[in-house]
Write a protein that binds this ligand. Structure first.
Ligand SMILES: Cc1cc2nc3c(=O)[nH]c(=O)nc-3n(C[C@H](O)[C@H](O)[C@H](O)COP(=O)(O)OP(=O)(O)OC[C@H]3O[C@@H](n4cnc5c(N)ncnc54)[C@H](O)[C@@H]3O)c2cc1C
Length: 336
C-alpha cells in the first residue's frame, strides 16, 4: 500500500478541545513500514512531523505546518503475564481486553481517552495507579535517523504526569508499542477516596476487577465533562506538589484545604480545590471557560481558539498564584 498524504486538513475533529487548526500535510500510518515511508516523505519535502494519537491531551494554538502523522498501528500480543500493545490501539479498549484475558492491574485506568502510544508521554494515571506501575519497555522509531530502538522503564524517567518524552526526548521519538507486566491474580487498589467510599462495606477479597472498572467508569462519567459534548482535554493543570513549609503557608491562607503527604514530606494539593476556592469556575476568555462542572477542566464552548485557551490558563495561574502563592503547571502538550 502506498502512503496517502493529504493537504490542508482540518484537525478540528482530531483534537478533543475541538480547536480549528489545519495540518499542512496529513497521513495515516497502519504499519511500521508506512511509518518509515511517512518519515521519508517528510525528509524529502523538508517537513517536520507531529504524531497525533487521539488528540485528547493537546492544545493546538496554531496551524501545524508539518506532516501530521495519525498513529493507527494496531494489535496486541499476550505472553504469560506480559502484554505488548501497538501505539494505535485505543487505551480504554486495551484495558478492557486485558481484563477479559484475566490479566489485572489496569482497572483504575479505565476510560482514559486517547491511544496506547501516548500513554507514556505523561505517564497517564488515575485513581491511585500510573502507567509506570506496570510499565516494562517500549519500542520506538527515532524521527531523525529512522532507526528502531527499545527504552526500558528507567530510561523513560517517569514521574507524576511526566517522562523524558516531555523533556530531553520531546518530539524526538515515535512510540510504536508498549509492553506491560500484569498480574494473574486481582489485587484491588482502592486507596483513592472515591473508591474507598464505594467499597467501604466490602472486604477487599470480595471486590472483583470488573467491580473496580465499573466504579471507575461511573465516577469518571459523573465527574468529568464529556469531550463528545463539550471540547476539553481533561485535567488542565497538575496537582501541585509543595514543601511542608509552603503547605503551612497555604493552610494559613485557607484552613479548609487538604493535602496528601508523599515521600519526603512533600504535600500534594488538589489543583481543582485551589481554582475553585479562588473563585475561578466559570471564568472565560473568548469561548474558553473554566468548567463550572469541574474546576480543573477548561472547556471550549464552541469557537474558542488555542490562544483563548492559553490566555485563560495564564489567568488561572496568575489568580491562584496571587491568592495562594502556588504556581500551577499546565498538564497537556501545548503547541504554540
Ligand atoms: C475527558 C478526559 C479525561 C482525561 N483523563 C485523564 C486521566 O485521568 N489521566 C491522564 O493521565 N490523562 C487523562 N486525560 C488526558 C489524555 O487522555 C491522556 O494524556 C492520553 O494519554 C492522551 O492520548 P492521545 O492519544 O489522545 O494523545 P494526543 O493528544 O494525540 O498526543 C499527546 C502528545 O503525545 C504525543 N504522541 C501521541 N502519540 C505518540 C506516539 N505514538 N509517539 C510519540 N508521541 C506521541 C503527541 O505528539 C502529543 O505531543 C484525559 C483527557 C480527557 C479529554
Amino acid at each position: 500500500v502506498t502512503l496517502v498524504v493529504e493537504e490542508n486538513v482540518s484537525l478540528r475533529n482530531r483534537n478533543t478541545l475541538g480547536l480549528d487548526v489545519k495540518a499542512l500535510r496529513y497521513c495515516r500510518v497502519r504499519s511500521e513500514i508506512e511509518l518509515k515511508d511517512a518519515l521519508a516523505y517528510a525528509r524529502n519535502h523538508g517537513l517536520d512531523t507531529f504524531i497525533l494519537g487521539g488528540g485528547s491531551n493537546i492544545v493546538l494554538a496554531r496551524n501545524l505546518d508539518v506532516l501530521v502523522i495519525s498513529m493507527e498501528i494496531t494489535g496486541c500480543e499476550f505472553s504469560g503475564h506480559q502484554v505488548t500493545a501497538m501505539a494505535g490501539e485505543n487505551w480504554h479498549e486495551f484495558v478492557e481486553l486485558t481484563i477479559e484475558q484475566g490479566l489485572y492491574g489496569l482497572e483504575n485506568l479505565s476510560l482514559i481517552p486517547g491511544l496506547v502510544g501516548a500513554a507514556p508521554i505523561q505517564n497517564i494515571g488515575a485513581y491511585g495507579v500510573e502507567l509506570s506501575d506496570r510499565f516494562m519497555q517500549l519500542s520506538a522509531v527515532d524521527k531523525a535517523s529512522g532507526e528502531s530502538l527499545v527504552l526500558d522503564k528507567t530510561q523513560c524517567q517517569f514521574s507524576y504526569r511526566d517522562s523524558i518524552f516531555k523533556h530531553g526526548l520531546r518530539d524526538q521519538l515515535i512510540i510504536t508499542s508498549i509492553t506491560l507486566g500484569l498480574d494473574g491474580e486481582f489485587c484491588p487498589v482502592l486507596e483513592y477516596a472515591d473508591l474507598q467510599q464505594r467499597f467501604s462495606a466490602q472486604a477487599t477479597g470480595q471486590v472483583s476487577a470488573m467491580d473496580v472498572r465499573d466504579a471507575v467508569i461511573a465516577i469518571r462519567l459523573n465527574k468529568l465533562p464529556d469531550p463528545e459534548k463539550i471540547g476539553n482535554v481533561g485535567s488542565f493543570f497538575k496537582n501541585p506538589e509543595i514543601s511542608a513549609e509552603q503547605w503551612n503557608d497555604l493552610r494559613a491562607r485557607d484552613d479548609t484545604l487538604n493535602s496528601r503527604v508523599m515521600d519526603g514530606g512533600i504535600h500534594k494539593v488538589s489543583a481543582a480545590a485551589l481554582i475553585d476556592k479562588a473563585g475561578l469556575k466559570g471564568m472565560t476568555k473568548g469561548a474558553a471557560e473554566v468548567s463550572r462542572q469541574h474546576a480543573l477542566v477548561i472547556v471550549n464552548q464552541g469557537t474558542a481558539t488555542g490562544q483563548d485557551v492559553i490566555l485563560l490558563a495564564d489567568k488561572v495561574i496568575e489568580a491562584v498564584k496571587n491568592r495562594f502563592n502556588v504556581t500551577l503547571e499546565v498538564e497537556p502538550i501545548v503547541v504554540s
